[in-house]
Unconditional design. Structure first.
Length: 255
């Protein structure tokens, strides 16, 4: 016969291993080295399992896995917003470490001050890469919601869709950054290394084609073109705004 216990967290009477009111374990142990080791193992294994599973799915069946996530199949996935934060932080560190601005950015025309201001603005975005990606997602989600509104997903669901798209592109950036750096330092022109960027343009398209596989392909492609057009407008406006604020406001220190 099970004995009743009092939950040490909320004070409710509990039966079994977990409190039915707050979910805490009924049996708690004193914090010691064994407890800490168990917590570290659980945290690492949980992080590794969810992260690697989501990454694998995004590069094998992206649209199908996103649709399943939206429909409720979520237990094995890493949380999409947190995923963007983690990957954005890693990508930002790598781009900073491999001197992404100097290695990949060529600006033609303008005074030295203007060129340095543009580079400083882009460097600021890289230094805050995770935050920058998170801030862009609601804008991109609005564009995709407008473009695919007919197909039924609401604005919040489009935020989740764009979190997964952003994660796709961040993973590609993490892999690509050291490769491009190695090519650049060995004398390969930055212009030629941009060829490696081309696959990243097709990753979101692959996801959308799978996500809306029940719809006619021609209409999905047309809506993706509308989506791309809206993205470009918003991105150009945002980039210009950040550059102008950095140039006139002085919150970014130009080199």
């Amino acid at each position: 016969m099970e004995t009743a216990d009092v939950c040490k967290n909320c004070g409710s009477i509990t039966h079994g291993k977990y409190c039915s009111n707050c979910g805490q374990k009924s049996a708690t142990v004193r914090l010691d080295r064994a407890y800490l080791i168990d917590e570290i193992k659980y945290t690492f294994l949980h992080l590794n399992k969810g992260l690697t599973f989501t990454i694998k799915e995004l590069f094998t069946r992206p649209g199908h896995t996103v649709r399943e996530f939206l429909e409720g199949k979520r237990i094995n996935h890493y949380k999409p917003v947190l995923l963007v934060f983690v990957l954005g932080g890693i990508a930002g560190l790598m781009m900073h470490y491999f001197d992404y601005v100097e290695q990949n950015l060529t600006i033609v025309g303008g005074t030295k001050k203007e060129i340095n201001s543009v580079k400083a603005s882009i460097q600021w975005m890289i230094d805050h890469y995770a935050l920058f990606n998170i801030l862009l997602i609601p804008i991109f989600a609005f564009c995709s919601w407008l473009s695919f509104k007919k197909y039924g997903y609401n604005y919040i669901e489009n935020i989740v869709i764009n979190c997964f798209i952003s994660a796709q592109l961040l993973i590609y950036t993490i892999v690509l950054t050291p490769i491009k750096y190695a090519l650049n330092v060995n004398g390969v022109s930055p212009f030629l290394t941009t060829i490696f960027d081309f696959p990243s343009y097709f990753l979101p398209a692959w996801l959308y084609v799978q996500l809306y596989y029940k719809q006619e392909l021609g209409f999905v492609i047309l809506r993706m073109l509308l989506l791309l057009f809206l993205f470009l407008i918003f991105f150009v406006i945002l980039t210009l705004a950040v550059t102008l604020i950095g140039y006139f406001g002085g919150f970014i220190t130009a080199k």
